[in-house]
Design a binder for this molecule. Structure first.
Ligand code: NAD
Length: 364
């Protein structure tokens, strides 16, 4: 029995989660696995119900789950709520309390969508990159973090980039372990030419690399990594980097592949010392898309692909994960398109029809 905690959130979050729930029910009914499902509130809907972006009771359920499947949060309705209880605070609390330090952002180019990329087809067709971003440290969290009034009409802003070796070591090992299941190549991106944190990052990455002699290991400066991503992205397999560079490089890599509605992600914690299981949260990269919420036209593929990551990384169900990813690819090959990935003037399908087609293909 595997415990799934579903947090659909706001806007299109609920619409795309409904499609994945159909898939989970089918997997259970066919006896491929036994998932126990619980549901909670996060984001604006949690604020409406409890005055908090996630309640303590739902946090406790999240802590006890084998995997959290998260939709999206936010919307104009909650733009003016107090900062500490804004919808995103629910996601940040989950990441922090569960210690989800490793953010996995795949950038896969489906052959039938290669022409939707801003790069030429031959540069992106067959692209399969995994960016592993450190998520709980670095300049987004380092102290001091402040703006000081200097009293002479000037102000000074400070952010602090800080990493300890254990934080670098554990994220690099996640990247090396994942590379073993893929193309066996890791690039570590930092700015060791101008930043002390980069010098330490590179030193620790090289030490960790010694334990992975089967992995081809390269250092790359983060600015060069950005350049290479748009020049020749297929040279990369796994790229590991810090919180700030990872934020930027993963978005750049993702957009090589087309629409936001296609992009999954996973955030993993440290393995439990007894069970070896990692806390994990799976979510599409996109937000709650208030502009299309309630219209039944959201693309559910990022949500399905996030669930495929859960099957692979939390439950070791590699065959089912591959089957789901193959079903997505096949449905795209058949020409089915939601509005966000359709060429102008071409026929489109809604969220439910796309879900049904993927489910049918998966079950075939
Ligand atoms: P967004 O990702 O919600 O939408 C950006 C654009 O992409 C919109 O035009 C939207 O219609 C489209 N889009 C996104 N996902 C789609 C899908 N699955 N199918 C079809 N089209 C899709 O970003 P935004 O508009 O900047 O933010 C909207 C709200 O979401 C805000 O409240 C923001 O704070 C929140 N947000 C939440 C998350 C999260 O939950 N992790 C991430 C980003 C933004």
């Amino acid at each position: 029995m595997h415990k799934l905690f579903l947090l659909p959130g706001d806007g299109i979050g609920t619409e795309i989660m409904a499609q994945v729930e159909r898939l989970i029910e089918w997997i259970n009914a066919e006896g491929h696995a036994e998932f126990e499902i619980d549901r909670g509130l996060v984001g604006g809907c949690a604020y409406d119900a409890h005055g908090q972006a996630i309640s303590d009771a739902d946090m406790a359920k999240a802590m006890a789950a084998d995997a959290i499947i998260f939709g999206a949060v936010g919307g104009p309705k909650w733009d003016a709520v107090p900062y500490e209880v804004r919808p995103e605070a629910g996601l940040l609390r989950l990441r922090k309390d569960l210690g989800l330090f490793a953010n996995l952002r795949p950038a896969i180019c489906y052959p039938s969508l290669a022409d939707a990329s801003s790069l030429k087809r031959e540069l992106v067709e067959g692209l399969d990159i995994l960016i592993v971003r450190e998520l709980t440290g670095g300049v987004y969290f380092g102290e001091p973090k402040e703006i000081t009034d200097l009293g002479n009409g000037q102000k000074r802003a400070v952010d602090t980039q800080v990493y300890e070796s254990y934080e670098i070591d554990r994220i690099c090992r996640v990247a090396f372990d994942l590379a073993r299941t893929r193309g066996k190549k890791v690039h570590s991106a930092d700015k060791k030419n101008v930043m002390k944190s980069g010098v330490l990052w590179d030193e620790v990455a090289h030490i960790a690399a010694k334990d992975y002699p089967d992995i081809e290991f390269h250092h790359i400066l983060a600015d060069n990594a950005a350049m290479q991503l748009v020049r020749n992205p297929k040279q990369f397999d796994v790229m590991v980097t810090d919180n700030l560079f990872g934020d930027i490089l993963s978005d750049a890599a993702a957009m090589l592949t087309g629409s936001l509605g296609m992009l999954p992600s996973a955030s993993l914690g440290a393995p439990d010392p007894v069970t070896g299981k990692r806390k994990a949260l799976y979510e599409p990269v996109h937000g709650s898309a208030p502009d299309i919420a309630g219209k039944g036209i959201a693309n559910p593929i990022a949500m399905f692909a996030s669930f495929a990551m859960a099957l692979r990384y939390s439950f070791g169900m590699v065959d089912l994960a591959t089957r789901l990813e193959t079903a997505i690819s096949a449905v795209l090959d058949q020409g089915l398109r939601t509005a966000d990935i359709a060429q102008e003037g071409k026929e489109t399908v809604g969220t439910e029809a796309m879900g049904t087609a993927i489910l049918k293909q998966f079950a075939a």
